[in-house]
Design a binder for this molecule. Structure first.
Ligand SMILES: [Zn+2]
Length: 344
């Protein structure tokens, strides 16, 4: 970001996500070493639990980040279970009627983008997140429910999709003047994409009114199961400031990590130029094996993103997720160092 960057890294924003520590004294030690390593931005996760119990603490953490010259991003960590993250959602437990319904009729543990109380809840989250003092709200991996992500591959047939809740069926009928089909049709695809865009637009407008910038991070997959088929539909939104994607190669790529990262880096750079946005790439820093092949890939993908001309590079997450055992890298310190050393 231009507005607060110290340009310590040749004008490229370099950052990491940060989570799991809510004691300011401990956080400050980590922030200090990020700055010493040359980073100029940080993303603080702001989960439903943070919103409920740690608001003033989080505001202090944002302040401590600003005091060190860091640009601060804040994201809805797993809020409603429709964004990325390793956190639970109380909202979905309290409001089952606001959750998504699969085409099979099964209700699943993720809020619906069209559910009015979820939108209201997210508007409140957005105001709270902006009031922490965040420079940028980071709308991370907004997606409809993906059964394969929740170890339920066998629960639903391959062609099952979401969402056919009462809110979606009503909105679909109003829009197309016909009942919402059970089959996954082109109109259903369009409806899902338009619903996601409408949700993001509503939240980005709240952030924008509060003087906070908006970044949207799309999953590296151009389809409506993971987000959007045509990313221009989002990039053209005047409320958007940063177009990001997270091409985590070990999870999503079939072939070469650098080709995969390069393709998506070129995609966000090109769209950002067309629509006067900043572009951002996230480097995988979790679930990686040990060994030199892995650190070589971390270096190569970081270099690829930078050489593609992106405005911002981040790693998910700090210390290669050493503190989250379910997704930690096998040799986190080596991965983290490889990322930091490859930055300009
Ligand atoms: Zn729905």
């Amino acid at each position: 970001m231009e507005h607060e960057s110290d340009d310590r890294t040749d004008g490229i924003e370099t950052g990491t996500s940060y989570f799991g520590v809510r004691d300011r004294r401990h956080v400050e030690r980590d922030l200090d070493r990020f700055v010493e390593s040359g980073l100029n931005a940080v993303l603080h996760t702001f989960s439903e639990a943070d919103q409920e119990y740690y608001q003033d603490t989080m505001a202090e953490i944002v302040d401590a980040s600003h005091e060190r010259g860091l640009t601060v991003y804040v994201n809805p960590w797993s809020v409603g279970r429709v964004f990325g993250g390793e956190a639970f959602s109380e909202f979905i437990g309290r409001h089952p009627q606001q959750c998504q319904v699969m085409s099979t009729g099964d209700r699943v543990g993720a809020a619906c983008f069209n559910a009015p109380r979820f939108r209201e809840f997210m508007r409140e989250w957005t105001r709270d997140a902006a009031e922490l003092g965040a420079d940028v709200l980071f709308w991370d991996e907004p997606h409809w429910y993906i059964p394969a992500w929740h170890d339920q591959q066998d629960q639903f047939p391959d062609d099952a999709w979401s969402c056919r809740c009462t809110h979606c069926r009503t909105a679909y009928r109003e829009r197309f003047d016909e009942p919402m089909p059970v089959a996954h049709t082109e109109r259903v695809e369009r409806f899902r994409e338009q619903s996601l865009l409408s949700f993001l637009n509503e939240m980005m407008a709240v952030a924008n009114e509060m003087g906070t910038q908006n970044a949207v991070c799309l999953l590296p997959s151009e389809d409506s199961d993971h987000g959007l088929r045509n990313w221009s539909d989002l990039a053209e939104n005047p409320l958007l400031d940063v177009l990001a994607t997270d091409p985590y190669w070990l999870i999503h790529a079939d072939g070469s990590p650098t080709e995969f990262v390069g393709y998506f880096a070129d995609t966000v750079v090109s769209l950002a130029q067309t629509h006067d946005l900043d572009s951002q790439i996230w480097i995988q820093g979790f679930r990686l094996d040990g060994g030199s092949d892995t650190t070589d890939a971390v270096r190569a993908t970081t270099r690829t993103a930078i050489d593609s001309g992106v405005d911002s590079v981040f790693m998910w997450g700090y210390d290669a997720c050493r503190s989250i055992s379910s997704i930690a890298c096998e040799e986190p310190d080596a991965v983290w160092s490889a990322y930091l050393e490859e930055l300009p």
